[in-house]
Ligand binder design. Sequence first.
Ligand code: 4AD
Length: 463
Amino acid sequence: MDLITVKDIYKDRDKYMDREVTLGGWVRSVRDSKTFGFIVLHDGSFFETMQIVYSDSMDNFTQISKLNVGAAILVTGTLVATPQAKQPFEIQAREILVEGESAPDYPLQKKRHSLEYLRTISHLRPRTNTFQAVFRVRSLIAYAIHKFFQERGFVYVHTPLITGSDCEGAGEMFRVTTLDLENLPRTEDGKVDYTRDFFNKETSLTVSGQLNGETYAQAFRSIYTFGPTFRAENSNTTRHAAEFWMIEPEMAFADLEDNMALAEAMLKYVIRYVMEEAPEEMKFFNSFVDKGLLERLQGVVNADFAHVTYTEAIEILEKVNDKFEYKVSWGCDLQTEHERYLTEQVYKRPVFVTDYPKEIKAFYMKLNEDGRTVAAMDCLVPGIGEIIGGSQREDSYDRLTARMEELGLKPEDYEFYLDLRKYGSTRHSGFGLGFERCVMYLTGMGNIRDVIPFPRTVNNCEL
Ligand code: 4AD
């Protein structure tokens, strides 16, 4: 079908002005008088809608006037300028074909619906302005991230979704099994016998592609992954999902400083890209979702991120311990309230917190000279808290196996990973950016359920 889009018209109005065009889209509203009527049409190509004027010279005038919101139509008519009207042009229809009627109980009517309500109809909410903006920007952010890494020569690696190892060691894995749960095969000592399962071993959905990513970094130098990630974390919050997307770059011959420089450059690049490529959507967020958004993001691009060590951060937080539900002391994990205090009250911009106690971080992080902290970094941003977690990796075979043994991990389960430390080990670093948290940060949306098309969270796996 030779359709043009509303976006085509806005981008190149002179090409189409006073010409006949055909558009396909969905009815946002219809009003009619006896002899003519107006349709507001949305075609998904652009934020703006198109006004269609139709008249009783059309055979199906009555059918069109009775259309319900949500009906799909094909409109052929002449594009004319309307300098006096709110919208810059309209289409005077010659023909309107009804592609699909919409039932009168269509859930999206011309009023504002709450985000909570829209979550219950996640198959229809992309038709609203808010979700048009969110998911167009989500798509652009994904593209910008690929563009950033590809321009710098990073190789995109597809790491597996089904895995036999728990990268983060937090035990938050969704098990993958074909075993009959009613009738599980057992070994002589009563344990489930996974050797009789599909892969002859116990397997899960991945919590991170990092360990596989590291193997490719030791061959290509700079790689990144960008894929679905799963965590059976029982956290019913506005920033945790059971299925989310993560971007994980990994660089050989790079230390923690290089890692933070990459993370900062990436975030700034993506912010700039989205502000340039989606100005209408960003203005929409600024007006209707988060008033100071544009000014804040502009500020982020223009200033250096702050840096603080975990130990310094604890000293800062201890002074205001009475503000927190969870009291702070050296060795504790930072909670969202602490992260947000640091980035929103103390630094008022993104901040890297570095050198965490080894006890609260994963086994693969490089031990610092003090013997009690590791070369870790988390990037915290206002409004969200942690958006990035990363580290320099332990590159010494002996130190890594010692740490694994301390934590009760079996080196034989990580043979491939240890091989990297045997054959040409390099200092290397990487991080994970939570894609949904990045989308929240750039749009000002306050709930992770509203930035992923079909959210999977505790007690929720609809559609
Ligand atoms: O800090 P995390 O757990 O780091 C890793 O998984 C490392 N293997 C990354 C690496 O070094 N290659 O997770 C990284 C980021 C977090 O900062 C957060 O943005 C996001 O992933 N994240 C989640 N996003 C949504 N829902 C969840 N349940 C998340 N858990 C982590």
